[in-house]
Design a protein around this ligand. Structure first.
Ligand code: HEM
Length: 396
């Protein structure tokens, strides 16, 4: 039986590990927005309202992303230097090198066909039994397997990638484990890069090797760091997006029927799922100077957490924000971030999730939660939120 954690204050919430099973951060977020939209927690400063979150993410000179670089404790320690930790011209250069390689259009039909066949192969493994726990069987493995295929790596290595990816996400609670995962990935990818430089195979790694802006290319170390970022930033996020969206559909029969009848609704469904249960609940920044925001003075060089999960539920920005409504105007959601660091893989993630959702809806007829499951499925987590399990039955 899964035991849940229910913190009662921002301090408690933010001193928990990123994957602790917190069931409901939204009551705390609501109180933060009402009492102190900018404040101090166990971690440093936080920004909880939509308007101020947007303001901070847009002002990248004051709220620097250097907090995500290897010079600060956190993800930079295990990713190495990547675009999420860069600023100014260096960031722009890397962004221009990387984003073209990640556009679904650039990846071509191969990407769509490959993603669909990856989804089908995973479903083939359990469809005959008429039941599945879609978290380990599908939502977790699917984005990782798509990456492994796109990177031109052997599918049997997906489990190693899984292990190293999980190790990376433990860096805050267990830095040694995080660093071990980081080193294993570098050890694995170093020879792969060498082989691909010698014999190009046309996959995503080759596109990254060949990407060039104004005569500059990425070094092997930069590519390896970027691939580490993709494994967590790209696969873990889509994993939670798929889990949260399926959880919602399975909890609302009418919505499920609507989406089954009109697959164009998958797009607004995914956007509303991203707003409602943002897979990335907060992003971190470090101030470059003293700044006054929301009536609070944040000193120079202070850590700041911009809480996307709270901004997306802000009643000042969204009508009835706690309701799940796929007909609402989605233009404003901060789920993919905002400003210069806006998610470089947003189109990729949405296309991949749409293909995954269609595969599930096409193939698992009469899908519903498994009534015999010991515990009901609940969405939980602090930094990354997703369902505890998705035990389902369907017509075999
Ligand atoms: C589908 C769910 C996804 C969500 C919710 C998500 C969320 C985010 C957020 C919030 C940021 C901003 C980070 C910051 O401001 O510090 C970001 C950045 C980024 N994401 Fe995503 N992401 C998703 C999928 C992906 C995928 C599939 C990829 C890769 C194929 C990807 C690659 C990136 C990269 C490279 C950045 C860094 C951009 C920069 O710093 O300029 N993401 N993502």
């Amino acid at each position: 039986m899964t035991s849940f954690v229910q913190p009662t204050s921002p301090e408690q919430l933010f001193t928990l590990g990123p994957i602790d099973p917190v069931e409901n951060p939204y009551d705390i977020y609501r109180a933060m927005r009402a009492n102190a939209p900018v404040g101090e927690s166990g971690y440093g400063y936080y920004i909880a309202s939509f308007e101020l979150a947007q303001q901070a993410l847009l002002d990248d000179e004051t709220f620097s992303s250097k907090s995500n670089s290897p010079d600060y404790p956190g993800i930079g320690m295990v990713f190495g230097q990547t675009i999420v930790g860069m600023n100014g011209k260096e960031h722009l250069k890397h962004r221009n090198l990387i984003t073209p390689a990640l556009r679904p259009r650039a990846l071509g039909c191969e990407f769509r066909e490959g993603a669909r066949s990856t989804a089908d192969a995973l479903i083939d493994k359990f469809i005959a039994s008429g039941r599945s726990n879609l978290v380990p069987d599908f939502t977790f493995l699917y984005p990782l397997s798509v990456f492994v295929q796109l990177l031109g790596l052997p599918q049997e290595d997906v489990h190693d990638f899984h292990q190293w990816g999980v190790d990376l996400t433990h860096v805050a609670a267990d830095p040694e484990r995080g660093l071990r995962g980081s080193a294993c990935l570098a050890e694995y990818l170093g020879p792969v890069l060498k082989d691909k430089r010698d014999t190009p195979t046309g996959d995503l790694i080759c596109r990254l090797i060949e990407a060039e802006v104004m005569g500059e290319r990425m070094t092997d170390a930069e590519i390896i760091s970027f691939l580490r970022l993709l494994i967590t930033g790209g696969a873990d996020t889509t994993y939670h997006l798929l889990g949260n969206t399926l959880h919602r559909l399975l909890s609302d029969r009418e919505l499920l029927e609507r989406v089954l009848a009109n697959r164009d609704d998958i797009e607004p469904l995914l956007w509303e799922s991203l707003r409602w249960e943002a897979p990335v609940q907060f992003v971190s920044r470090q101030t470059n100077r003293e700044v006054h925001i929301g009536g609070v003075t944040i000193p120079d060089d202070a850590p700041v957490m911009v809480i996307i999960g709270s901004a997306n539920r802000d009643e000042a920005a969204f009508d009835n924000p706690d309701a799940f409504d796929i007909d609402r105007d989605q233009g404003k959601s901060l789920a993919f971030g905002y400003g210069k660091h806006y998610c470089a893989g947003a189109d990729f993630g949405l296309a991949e999730a749409t293909i995954g959702m269609n595969a599930i809806l096409d193939r698992l007829e009469d899908i519903r939660f498994d009534d015999s499951a010991e515990t009901p499925s609940t969405i939980r987590g602090v930094a990354f939120r997703g369902p505890s399990h998705l035990k389902v039955t369907f017509a075999a």
